[in-house]
Design a protein around this ligand. Structure first.
Ligand code: UDX
Ligand code: UDX
Length: 426
């Protein structure tokens, strides 16, 4: 199958590269010329385990390339995936402007294209978007008839950064949202080689499955953080409590790691987007409101705990970990940011280190003052007290002797070696 993908971000690039690995002919389109050049010269623009090798292999075998020319690729492929970002607006609702722009661009090309073309939304979009914005815009601009001259579908992603390639190739499920047989059968063909349960639903349901999945996982995290906050007051280790809970076969053990909360490009934005949509429809989702609220206060608890042991003004404080989770250089919504902002406000001098995400952090958060260190050891050398914000493996190999450590992620080495140790929920 000839597939084009608009947007070569985390999702678009992983999806495109994996499709080419499955044998499809893939072109990824991006407005960012540097990204396009990097891909064509076989350099992966993001850090994602296993992706670069796969990209090199498929660019070499000419099954994968990148371009900025949307017209050429829509003309010469059978299916176009939309994988542009869907960020959060100031009012926390979903910003659909890139989706609208991609739909307009596709519509303009389809106006001149003969034959059927399928457009699949991969980006996370609130229910209704694929039909009411993507389908309607393309139909209006191209003058083509939906269902016969072009088709639409929604195929959400469930890729975790750091294991995105494996999540793509060996998924728990593939959700295919289509309202007609033709669109459905093309998606079936695209995923033919992947052995996984395939769920066929209508488009709106597919869109909602993504939100229900992500907000459920986010809810599990805020739930266990709340239980952890209570445990902390009682002198109980929440990780032992989770062990006891999850022996019950009805409670799955995943996504119950308590700590300083969830970050990343999906959970915070998706939870806020569905809350905003529900409120627009006249329903106040009190549980999801609480999930967000707990997540916003959780990182600040680390700073409060530290203040029990040391006054922060003028003190050198270390932050270990800046990525929103280990094994990625992504800092979107990282919990390290509110922690560092609070430390700055308290007048502390912040020393920080992350194995992969320091450049990204500098770029994304120029408003906070940080002295970036070349190693975790350098942070330990300079700082009197440490907050651990990301559980990178290498932080397990350090000795935290003579240090006050507030651990936001349950790093055992810190628990065992620190002079004074405080877990956020344990
Ligand atoms: C994705 C999904 O799109 C989002 O809906 C989902 O919830 C999370 O993952 P991601 O791949 O992480 O987003 O986004 P990002 O890394 O921002 O990539 C978007 C790419 O699209 C960028 O490379 C950007 O340059 C490109 N883009 C954006 C276009 O090519 N055209 C546009 O008009 C806008
Ligand atoms: C998530 C979803 O898992 C994926 O299915 C979706 O498509 C995109 O969003 P990702 O954001 O890459 O993936 O990371 P994930 O591993 O889910 O972690 C998200 C955040 O939650 C991280 O900040 C992580 O530290 C935190 N987390 C996760 C916890 O605090 N506790 C847990 O038990 C699990």
């Amino acid at each position: 199958m000839k597939i084009s993908i608009i947007g070569a971000g985390y999702v678009g690039l992983v999806t495109g590269t994996c499709f080419s690995e499955l044998g499809h002919e893939v072109v990824v389109v991006d407005i960012n010329e540097e990204k396009v050049k990097a891909i064509n010269s076989k350099k992966c623009p993001i850090y994602e385990p296993g992706l670069e090798e796969m990209l090199v292999r498929n660019v070499d075998s000419k099954r994968l390339r990148a371009t900025t020319d949307i017209k050429d690729v829509v003309m010469n492929t059978d299916v176009t995936y939309i994988a542009v970002g869907t960020p959060m607006k100031e009012d926390r609702s979903i910003d659909l402007r890139y989706i609208e722009k991609a739909s307009e661009d596709i519509g303009n090309v389809l106006k001149e294209k003969a034959g059927y073309h399928l457009v699949v939304v991969k980006s996370t979009v609130v229910p209704g978007t694929t039909e009411n914005i993507v389908g309607a815009t393309i139909s209006k601009i191209s003058g083509k008839k939906l269902g016969t001259e072009f088709g639409i579908a929604m195929n959400p992603e469930f890729l975790r950064e750091g294991s995105a390639v494996e999540d793509f190739m060996k998924p728990d499920r593939i959700v295919i949202g289509a309202n007609d047989e033709k669109a459905r059968s093309i998606l079936e063909e695209i995923y033919k080689k992947i052995d996984a349960p395939k769920l066929y639903v209508n488009i709106k349901t597919a869109e909602m499955i993504k939100y229900a999945s992500n907000t459920f996982l986010a809810t599990k995290i805020s739930f266990i953080n709340e239980i952890g906050n209570i445990c902390k007051l009682l002198g109980i280790n929440v990780f032992d409590v989770v062990k006891g809970m999850t022996l019950d076969h009805r409670i799955s053990p995943y996504f119950l790691r308590a700590g300083i909360g969830f970050g990343g490009s999906c959970f915070p934005k998706d939870t806020n987007a569905i809350i905003a949509l529900a409120k627009k429809l006249g329903y106040v989702p009190r549980l999801l409101d609480a999930v967000v609220e707990i997540n916003e206060t959780q990182p600040l608890r680390a700073v409060e705990l530290l203040k029990k042991h040391i006054s922060l003004k003028g003190k050198n404080i270390g932050v270990l970990g800046l990525a929103f989770k280990p094994n990625t250089d992504d800092v979107r919504e990282t919990r390290a940011y509110p922690i560092i902002r609070a430390l700055n406000e308290e007048g502390a001098v912040v020393y920080a280190y992350d194995p992969k995400a320091m450049d990204a952090f500098k770029k994304a958060y120029p408003d906070v003052k940080v002295i970036f260190c070349k190693s975790a050891e350098e942070v330990l050398k300079n700082a009197e007290a440490i907050i651990i914000a990301t559980e990178w493996d290498e932080f397990e190999k350090l000795s935290y002797r003579n240090k006050i450590v507030v651990d936001g992620r349950y790093v055992k080495a810190a628990k065992e070696t620190a002079k004074i140790y405080e877990g956020v929920c344990w």
